[in-house]
Design a protein around this ligand. Structure first.
Ligand code: CA
Length: 651
């Protein structure tokens, strides 16, 4: 029975005495050599700790139990002689008279459903050539992010991926796949290469709890925002979730294949809450890793029942250790922080410094959601929108302002945005162009701190949102020109904004979830990419590709310096049009000295006056590839199409 109350724990764990006695910066976790493995666990409040060793990841009793010895700073350790590769283990930790069996918070891999950790020789799970794998060098002008879940990428039967790989890490290793295997429309990795995707952002790939790894069926689906083991890959994406080495090897194979295609891999990390209150952190040092209300009960700023206390020294250290581990062991190219508003500013800045210290670590992207999921007991400075100026200028945030100004509220399905008749939103669109660096209510230091986007895994897909604004009874399968024009215009706006462009995978082929706005546990069929739409909406796919190519041609749109936002010059236009020019930097490698951009949300042609000089049409409302051809230059007045983005360049 518990003798110590949650409030008493809070007082003790937050006291200066506790920090002085137990804050620790030495090694933790398993240290493998072929001769012996050392285990180290930080458990200062424990009375007794032992390790239970198993042959398998589930079933059967322990083969052996070895006591750990308490050392300085509350670190318990033991040495297991001999080659322990492939051995499963848990700790038995006794705190306040209660024994709990738990996975090592530093476990590198695990058996089925993450019930037991597994000791692994890191090299044994490396695919061929892994030592030569490197993070690709992706210059800012090519940076844009395509968000996908491993499972959604290839679960569609028409994906052309072998059945055994569908929904798995290994689907990313299949080359030259096409729609239904017909050789015409590229799918999966082949598609990413054709489309010029530079970064994929993967929805959770750490071990999460909401999908039973023993039986995955189309009905048992979850995005996985429910961490169980922070440093272990998810098992349901591996071809064999029972053997701990398989998920490690196959995840590395996937990253290797993407890197070979020149594509960076960004991991979605959820260091804000865990699936259950019973978890490896809380079972090891009860209450320490979780933020507490004034009465000691768990704070719930995540809306999921608990939240990590990132500001407590050893919790901050744990988050940093985990990030550095993923970045160095799996060669990841970036991290997207879920509910970053629940992580304190000091922890985020320390994470930036820790990643920067890795070889070429400064190129690792960091950005997150600058908000929380509910009321939090947090006292430290939160990494939210209001505090973005306190974050390192290479830590970015999603701009909900950009998202909602362009397409309308993400919560109110029927509320229009700028592209669908909400003229008031033109001010927000103007702020979006300069990545909010000239606005008053949100103060990023540089455009590199802003993620410019209109759709992500949460809320309606862009296509569904536009359909719901346009129609009382939406037709998600339609091919109507007016909605397609709005879609092209959304893309044209945020892909000409400063900042880092981001899109939900399939936005460029009118991805639909049939009006479902929160599909976190909907059927796989709702969530998976429908590759047949790349054929049906091939014009839209081409329009996105052309815009991305154009963006790369004018590097200043992707500039990370603080001066560029001030170089954007808005022209005086009649409401509701927005138009602006931007001169190239002298050092930029670009065919154009200056661009002029016109946003016309009106459903009719509009006459506009070009700024002085000779201009070439680079992109209009239906063709974004004009920049690839030599078009005659024009000056004076010209016409822009209805519901369109038009870009001119001056040589
Ligand atoms: Ca799992």
């Amino acid at each position: 029975m518990n003798k110590i109350s949650p409030l008493r724990w809070k007082e003790w764990l937050e006291s200066r005495e506790f920090a002085e006695q137990y804050d620790y910066d030495g090694p933790l976790g398993p240290e493998y050599t072929p001769q012996a493995t050392t285990l180290r666990l930080w458990a200062p409040t424990a009375e007794k700790v032992s390790v239970l060793l198993y042959r398998n990841g589930q079933g059967a009793l322990a083969e052996e139990e070895v006591a750990l010895k308490r050392g300085e700073k509350g670190v318990w350790s033991c040495v297991l002689e001999g080659d322990q590769d492939g051995r499963y283990y848990t700790f038995s930790v006794t705190v306040d008279g209660i024994d709990r069996e738990t996975v090592d918070p530093y476990a590198r891999t695990a058996g089925i459903n993450g019930l037991r950790g597994m000791i692994i020789s890191p090299k044994s799970a490396n695919p061929d050539g892994w030592e030569k794998d490197n993070r690709p060098n992706i210059p800012p002008k090519n940076r844009w992010i395509w968000e996908i879940s491993v499972r959604d990428f290839s679960s569609d039967l028409s994906s052309g991926v072998p059945l055994a790989h569908q929904g798995k890490y290994l689907a990313f290793t299949d080359a030259d796949t096409t729609l239904r295997g017909e050789g015409k429309f590229p799918t999966c990795l082949n598609y990413l290469k054709q489309q010029g995707v530079s970064y994929v952002q993967l929805m959770p790939i750490y071990d999460f709890g909401s999908v039973n790894e023993e039986r995955t069926t189309p009905r048992r689906y979850n995005w996985g925002y429910d961490p169980v083991n922070y440093n272990v890959p998810e098992g349901s994406y591996a071809t064999d979730p029972y053997r701990g080495e398989v998920r490690v090897q196959e995840l590395k194979q996937m990253i290797q294949a993407l890197h070979r295609a020149g594509i960076g891999v960004i991991m979605d990390v959820v260091y804000n809450h865990m699936y259950h209150w019973e978890n490896p952190l809380n079972d090891t040092v009860p209450y320490y890793f979780f933020r507490q209300n004034p009465d000691g009960t768990p704070s719930n700023g995540s809306g999921c029942g608990n939240e990590l206390a990132s500001e407590r020294t050893m919790c901050r250290r744990y988050i940093l250790d985990s990030l550095v581990y993923w970045a160095s062991e799996y060669h990841l190219d970036g991290f997207r922080f879920d509910l970053m508003g629940l992580i304190d500013v000091d922890t985020m800045n320390a994470a930036r410094a820790a990643l920067d210290a890795l070889p070429r670590g400064e190129s690792i992207l960091m950005y997150g959601e600058p908000w929380q999921g509910g009321a939090s007991a947090m006292h430290a400075m939160a990494s939210d929108k209001g505090n973005v100026y306190l974050l390192d200028d290479r830590i970015g945030v999603f701009s909900d302002g950009t998202r909602d100004a362009i397409k309308g509220s993400c919560f109110d399905a029927r509320e229009p945005g700028y592209v669908s008749g909400q003229w008031q939103s033109r001010f927000g669109v103007g702020d979006s162009v300069t990545a909010w660096c000239r606005s008053k209510d949100f103060c990023p230091k540089t455009p590199g701190q802003v993620i410019s986007y209109v759709s992500a895994h949460d809320n309606y897909t862009l296509w569904d949102k536009l359909q719901r604004v346009a129609h009382q009874v939406p037709d998600y399968e339609s091919h109507e020109e007016s909605v397609l024009a709005q879609n092209r215009m959304c893309a044209g706006i945020y892909l000409t904004c400063l900042g880092i462009p981001f899109m939900l995978a399939g936005e460029e082929f009118a991805r639909t979830k049939w009006g479902e706005h929160n599909s976190y546990n909907s059927d796989q069929t709702i969530n998976q990419l429908d590759w047949t739409r790349t054929e049906k909406y091939s014009d839209l796919v081409a329009y996105y590709k052309g815009l991305l190519g154009l963006r790369a041609q004018f590097p200043r749109l992707s500039a990370w310096d603080a001066h560029t936002p001030n170089a954007v010059q808005f022209m005086h236009m009649a409401e509701p049009m927005v138009a602006w020019t931007l001169a190239a930097d002298l050092e930029d490698d670009t065919p154009w000295r200056k661009i002029a951009v016109y946003y016309n949300p009106l459903p009719k042609d509009c006459r506009v006056q070009l700024p002085e000089g000779k201009w070439n049409l680079l992109c209009n409302g239906t063709d974004s590839t004009l920049w690839q051809y030599s078009t005659p230059s024009i000056e004076g007045e010209t016409t822009v199409m209805p519901v369109s983005v038009t870009v001119f360049g001056m040589r």
